[in-house]
Design a binder for this molecule. Structure first.
Ligand SMILES: Cc1ncc(COP(=O)(O)O)c(C=O)c1O
Length: 367
């Protein structure tokens, strides 16, 4: 029976040469925390992204929290952030008792609306966390200009956009003060469990996050500040290194998937297909938008055909129970509209021709 998942990270393992042998050697080597695979991963990653530093971490969530701590964000500070994102982007602000100031999105690629951003970027704002949602550049060049002008610290949430570049050919995550990545298995660079990292060109930030992730120590048992344990596991770093080595194939086959959808669904008038900002964009999700009255029927139909589908994001963060203060007064028109119409379809590396054919044929038969 056909079963098409929304994401398929284990498929990539089949394309790593001598994978079983290498993994066995890694496991039998007995180094499970730190060591060569973690150092190699950080070095490879920063070379690709083009920053001076990379600190590997246990998750994208901790990457965001540690980024804000390293930038000195504290209780009462205001931080610009979209509401149309995964909870972590806002959670990191709430963890520090800082205040999220929600910015609306545009309906072209669901990243921040530049007009709303520049209106809200006042001298009272301490930091901003634009999200490169679904893999698309959140107009980071323009956002950075505004942030520099207004003295706002800039953290890029690159959880969904490893491998994508902006119009100047710079990798996303290399442009703000800090890039915060996630290696959750379904991401464009997905690990075998939780994982993440930060990238930066600032030595002080690098040093601080390196300490924070490891109990406030730089040297073993010399605790200079209060930190915690946010380390990336060595076996996960090993897998991520192997995936970095085949990333050009991951990129090409994801792009092939994307193009197949475009070529085969572009004449269906009730589907709004996702656009890429540029040719150097690697999408994490293939997010269409459909009329409100069609979405739940289409989801039921796809599920019945065993085709993975999900809504990212059905409930904008400003409507979550945890956001209580003034939540009724927050007006985010495009965020509300997107949450009612978006639907993400399968998108993964190394799809077979049969899988691609099955998905689009099924969608074409809907209604
Ligand atoms: C936009 C965004 N930010 C942050 C995160 C948090 O990453 P993690 O799950 O690795 O903690 C995720 C993903 O899960 C995400 O999609």
């Amino acid at each position: 029976m056909v079963n098409i998942p929304l994401a398929n990270p284990s498929r990539e393992l089949e394309y790593i040469s001598n994978f079983d042998e290498k993994l066995s050697k890694q496991l039998r080597g007995g180094v499970y925390i730190g060591g060569e695979s973690v150092n190699n991963f950080e070095n490879n990653f920063k070379k690709i992204i083009g920053t001076k530093y990379c600190v590997s971490l246990n998750s994208g969530t901790d990457a965001l929290i540690l980024a804000l701590i390293a930038l000195g964000i504290k209780k009462g500070d205001k931080v610009l952030v979209p509401s149309f994102t995964f909870f972590s982007t806002v959670e990191c602000i709430l963890q520090l008792n800082a205040i999220p100031v929600f910015v609306d999105i545009n309906l072209q690629n669901y990243t921040l609306d530049l007009n709303d951003f520049s209106k809200k970027a006042t001298s009272k704002i301490k930091a901003a966390i634009p999200v490169h949602l679904f893999g698309n550049d959140a107009q980071i060049t323009e956002i950075k200009k505004i942030c520099i002008e207004k003295n706002i610290k800039l953290v890029e949430d690159v959880a969904q956009a490893f491998g994508s570049k902006n119009e100047k050919n710079n990798f996303l995550g290399s442009i703000g003060d800090i890039g915060a990545f996630s290696f959750f298995p379904s991401k464009t660079l997905g690990g075998i469990g939780d994982g993440g990292c930060i990238t930066t060109n600032n030595y002080q930030i690098y040093k601080k996050i390196k300490m924070l992730k490891n109990h406030g120590q730089i040297k073993k048992y010399k605790h200079e500040i209060v930190g915690g344990n946010s380390r990336l596991d060595s076996i996960n770093a090993f897998i991520l290194n192997e995936k970095l080595a085949i990333f050009s194939k991951i990129r090409n086959t994801r792009n092939k998937f994307y193009k197949f959808y475009l070529d085969n669904l572009n004449d269906i008038e009730w589907i709004n297909l996702p656009k890429k900002n540029n040719n150097e964009t690697v999408l994490n999700y293939f997010t269409i938008s459909v009329p409100v009255n069609i979405r739940s029927r289409l989801m039921a139909y796809l599920s019945q055909k065993n085709i993975g589908n999900a809504i990212y994001y059905k409930t904008p963060i400003h409507h979550q129970k945890v956001i209580t203060k003034n939540s009724k007064k927050i007006k985010l028109k495009n965020t509300e509209s997107a949450s009612k119409s978006v639907l993400s379809l399968p998108l993964y590396s190394f799809p077979t021709d049969d899988e691609l054919e099955y998905i689009v044929t099924s969608i074409r038969k809907f209604r």
